[in-house]
Design a protein around this ligand. Structure first.
Ligand code: ADP
Ligand code: MG
Length: 335
């Protein structure tokens, strides 16, 4: 009698002890030209480090596929083709297919063929001069999501206009976070958070917490109120806006986000934060909503299942906050 009773007690107590013994570890590494951070609960440092290394390796692998800076990446090679279906890898296919769905649903406000225009605005930032109208017109002829044709049956992509340039800057980071999180989960480390500046993917909650405590990016205005803190698990969060990267020419601020429909860098001073079922959806949607503006942007969010938006704007010098209906259901911390 004595031994089974003890055994029973041991079996009951074991899961509690296992949860208690998880400790938090954090690792940081530059990937995709940005600091990526992996936070993970594990029984010991060796397991956490091995998981983080594998997660970073996955991000590096995806960068080799999706970078537009690396002329050898699968994306860059695809960008150099014109007319003719090109088979694409599974990872690239997932991102291209998702991008085209968001492009369609946002009426072309989100558009990964925006590369030629992004380049023009990158140059404008370097030289501090606005691009001229003729150059913008020339580049706009190379841009448009309908000029990228995907064939789901054969998993091929085809560029229909010459000198196109695909740019996954507004979607690949979110996808990389999702993939890194999946790697950690496969290794038995589901309580994890992966983030690269502005984009994050959260797994299971930390032990004894409702979720990962995350500060919603604040607006860099002196009169901005303190940022909200939310608890997130098993979802993605992304912030997009002109706070992190911008160029100022003749007193006007131009964002690194371009409106593909006009060819111009956004001038609206805003920050858009999206929570979505995964990081890729949050990343793409935050950029789409930035381009669409508050009215059409919030409409798109309300129409997209499982997504919520928080917008901070400063039209005519006055701070304005907007939230989608689902944002009100996001668990909040009171600091
Ligand atoms: P961040 O780079 O600050 O995380 P985003 O996720 O909004 O912000 O991505 C912005 C990047 O996406 C730009 O640097 C550019 O590479 C690309 N991009 C710019 N405008 C668009 C657009 N309208 N649709 C899709 N991608 C865009
Ligand atoms: Mg984005």
């Amino acid at each position: 009698m004595k031994i089974p009773a003890l055994l029973l007690l041991w079996v009951l107590v074991l899961p509690l002890r296992a949860a208690e013994e998880l400790r938090k570890f954090a690792f940081e590494k530059a990937e995709m030209g940005l600091p990526f951070r992996v936070s993970v609960y594990a029984a010991d440092e060796a397991a956490a480090r091995a998981g983080a290394d594998a997660a970073f390796a996955r991000i590096a692998e995806l960068n080799a596929v999706m970078s537009d800076y690396d002329s050898d990446s699968e994306l860059s090679r695809l960008s150099r083709t014109t007319g003719g279906a090109v088979p694409v890898s599974t990872a690239l296919w997932k991102v291209l297919a998702h991008a085209q769905t968001v492009a369609e649903r946002s009426g072309g406000a989100f558009d990964i063929t925006v590369g030629p225009l992004v380049n023009v605005w990158r140059r404008a930032r370097r030289t501090q001069t606005l691009p001229d109208a003729a150059l913008l017109a020339e580049m706009r002829a190379r841009v448009g999501y309908k000029k990228l044709r995907l064939d789901p049956e054969h998993r091929t992509a085809e560029l229909l206009a010459p000198e196109m340039r695909l740019d996954l800057g507004a979607i690949a980071k979110g996808f990389a976070c999702d993939e890194a999180l999946a790697v950690l989960k496969q290794r038995g480390l589901p309580r994890a958070l992966v983030g690269g500046s502005g984009d994050m993917a959260a797994g299971d909650a930390p032990p004894d917490q409702p979720g990962w405590r995350i500060e919603v990016a604040p607006l860099d205005a002196p009169d901005a109120p303190p940022p909200q803190i939310v608890y997130l698990k098993n979802c993605g969060i992304a912030t997009s806006g002109d706070v992190f990267q911008r160029v100022e020419i003749a007193g006007q601020r131009y964002s690194h986000i371009v409106d593909p429909r006009t060819g111009l860098g956004l001038t609206d001073h805003s920050l858009v934060t999206i929570i979505a079922p995964d990081g890729m959806t949050a990343d793409a949607l935050s950029t789409a909503v930035s381009v669409l503006g508050p009215e059409l942007g919030l409409k798109l969010v309300e129409e997209t299942p499982g997504t919520a938006a928080h917008l901070v704007r400063k039209p005519a010098g006055k701070i304005q906050f907007l939230e989608s209906a689902r944002w009100r259901d996001v668990p909040r911390a009171t600091r």
